[in-house]
Design a protein around this ligand. Structure first.
Ligand SMILES: NC(=O)c1ccc[n+]([C@@H]2O[C@H](COP(=O)([O-])OP(=O)(O)OC[C@H]3O[C@@H](n4cnc5c(N)ncnc54)[C@H](O)[C@@H]3O)[C@@H](O)[C@H]2O)c1
Length: 314
């Protein structure tokens, strides 16, 4: 099935990520059947989707996009029976995921791709109980999926290349920026990159080199501004001036290697946890997380609009 055929999506699990995916799929003009066994899940979902809707509304809804295209059932099997693509967002536990996939696989038409949003589990382990493991893929979004374009796609040992191709094509066609991971690895790519940065950030706090607020300033008012525009390698290339990447690797490579050897390997001791949570509370200085989230999303919309008008950026 190609993307142009896909008009009906099932969203399985409607917590933080499922609700955000639901808003995105609806904004793309798709029909969504959502399911979640939790008490009050439908009310929560409709409230979350209504809250998220202001982003796609501001950025432009696809023709036919409507909140009326959302339906909900607590019955998992009924939700996926007529789906043409399934996005799974259940709890991040291998035993729960594997059982969920066994049920989804038994209930969904055998040619339909089932994508998991899992932040770190391996699809090879998730798909073990499926009769049709060939259509099970990872489709890992970045929070919030209704705004952030990245989706990481990778197959497990039993996944067919066609399922990966369908997922990549579907995500790209609805405006996402999917990347295809050639090998499974715990935490995928983007979370491992974040984890590498967090590791050193926690280490620097542990050493007393900088405060929590200094570290957030160092990223949010420093390289973070460039990273939103170009990735680490193209930024490195630009740091090399006329000589580009080759010059910078010759010039700064030995220094970078020496920093790598000096990087930390902290543990989340109770003391370090306290230092970080106290530092975060100090930085918040009474600001609400909700207010910051609203402002962050408004700036993200502006940034995404600006980026889409800059065709020279890859
Ligand atoms: N939160 C993030 O930043 C983030 C980002 C990317 C990916 N993810 C991944 O998305 C998935 C969901 O994470 P979340 O943060 O939305 O969690 P969440 O706890 O907010 O939502 C999980 C939902 O799954 C539901 N659920 C439980 N059992 C179920 C079942 N049998 N069938 C269907 N639904 C069931 C729960 O009721 C809940 O609503 C996880 O795999 C997670 O790793 C999370």
């Amino acid at each position: 099935m190609t993307k142009s055929d896909i008009t009906r999506v099932a969203v399985v699990g409607t917590g933080v990520i499922g609700a955000s995916w639901t808003a995105y799929f609806l904004a793309q003009g798709l029909d969504v059947v959502a399911t979640d066994p939790a008490q009050g899940a439908e009310d929560h979902l409709r409230a979350d989707v209504a809250r998220h809707w202001r982003s796609p509304e501001a950025m432009g809804l696809a023709p036919g996009a409507s909140l009326d295209k959302l339906s909900f059932t607590p019955d998992l099997e009924a939700a996926v029976r007529n789906a043409q693509f399934i996005q799974e967002n259940g709890p991040e536990r291998l035993d729960i995921k594997a059982d969920l996939f066994r049920r989804l696989d038994a209930a969904a038409p055998s040619d339909v791709v089932v994508a998991s949003s899992s932040s770190g589990l391996l699809i090879s382990q998730v798909q073990t109980a499926c009769r049709h493991p060939e259509r099970i893929v990872l489709g890992h979004p970045f929070n919030p999926p209704h705004l952030i374009p990245l989706v990481e796609v990778v197959g497990g040992a039993g996944t067919a290349p066609e399922a990966i191709a369908t997922a990549l094509e579907f995500y790209a066609a609805i405006g996402k920026r999917p990347i295809h991971l050639r090998k499974e690895v715990a935490g995928h790519v983007a979370n491992r990159l974040q984890a590498a940065l967090w590791r050193e950030a926690f280490h620097l706090i542990d050493l007393g080199v900088a405060t929590v607020s200094d570290i957030d300033t160092a990223i949010a008012h420093g390289p973070g501004l460039r990273w939103a525009l170009l990735g680490p390698f193209l930024n490195l290339h630009l740091s090399g001036g006329r000589g580009g990447i080759d010059h910078v690797l010759n010039h700064l490579g030995p220094a970078i290697e020496s920093w790598w050897r000096d990087l930390g390997d902290p543990s989340l001791t109770p003391e370090l946890r306290h230092k970080v949570s106290d530092g975060v509370r100090e930085m918040l200085a009474g600001r609400s997380a909700e207010g910051m989230e609203t402002q962050r999303d408004a700036l993200l919309r502006d940034l995404l609009r600006a980026k889409s008008g800059s065709p020279d950026l890859p």
